[in-house]
Design a protein around this ligand. Structure first.
Ligand code: UDP
Length: 237
């Protein structure tokens, strides 16, 4: 676990945002991975998730309080949680203000189309395309997206499928900030409510999500609890 956590960005969300904005505005390629226990556990099992997290190109941020805690337990420098939904929101506004091109892939049709409408209403000069996350072959869609070379590509298909998809196609993109965003489209479209600020501030957003969707409990147990168990073991070594 430590080998991946060592690669996680230690600075603040603001600093990271500035880095990503610079890549977006200057036309450089940047692959952003928001690391949560699920992708870290998948990497621990080896395979593509492992090489993705160890890849030089992956700019990894700690998305989740347990990742921040884990870094602290291992004595690694870390400032704060940097969430995918916040980064996605801010980067969309940056792209909109600068009239850049954006592609959204993922979520249900009514969700992603509502988000696209909202963004276009705000930023008429933004070039925006989208595809829902349920119809069509994802690799074929990604090939098509790469020919459009968007300045910002957000993929909301869930962790770690979205990161693995981006990683498989990374070399087809010569520019663009590419990032997996989980369920962010549901929140940013206004279709799903994000946890109230009190939960966000006290780092208990996970508790709110489980209370709203009890089916998440199993997933939470499988990833978070096991993850912290592994980190404890590594910290004792
Ligand atoms: N999703 C999708 N296609 C699929 C499965 C999931 O587009 O085949 C979308 C789903 O609609 C949701 C997102 O992927 O918008 C996953 O959301 P979740 O909150 O589970 O992700 P997390 O942020 O917890 O990884």
């Amino acid at each position: 676990m430590e080998e991946y956590l060592r690669r996680v960005y230690p600075g603040s969300g603001e600093e990271f945002l500035r880095k990503a904005e610079a890549a977006l505005l200057e036309g450089r390629r940047m692959f952003v991975v928001t690391a949560n226990p699920e992708i870290l556990m998948a990497a621990g099992r080896g395979g593509e998730a492992r090489s993705l997290l160890l890849s030089e190109e992956a700019e990894i941020v700690p998305d989740g309080i347990s990742v921040v805690k884990a870094m602290g337990m291992l004595g690694l420098p870390v400032t704060e949680r940097i969430t995918g939904v916040d980064l996605a929101d801010k980067l969309l506004h940056t792209a909109g203000r600068a009239g850049k091109s954006v592609y959204l892939l993922g979520a249900k049709e009514e969700v992603v189309s509502a988000l696209a409408r909202k963004l276009k209403a705000h930023y008429p000069s933004m070039t925006l395309r989208y595809h829902n996350g349920y119809d069509g072959h994802k690799d074929a869609i990604m090939k098509e997206v790469s020919t459009l070379a968007p300045d910002l590509l957000l993929v909301g298909l869930g962790v770690p499928a979205q990161e693995l998809l981006l990683y498989r196609h990374l070399q087809e993109f010569r520019k663009g900030v590419l990032m997996g965003v989980g369920g962010s489209f549901d929140v940013l479209s206004g279709m799903k409510r994000r946890a109230p600020v009190a939960f966000q501030k006290t780092n208990t957003e996970w508790l709110y999500r489980i209370a709203r969707e009890p089916s998440r409990l199993k997933r939470f147990w499988r990833s978070n609890v096991k993850f912290l168990g592994e980190v404890r073991k590594a910290a004792r070594k």
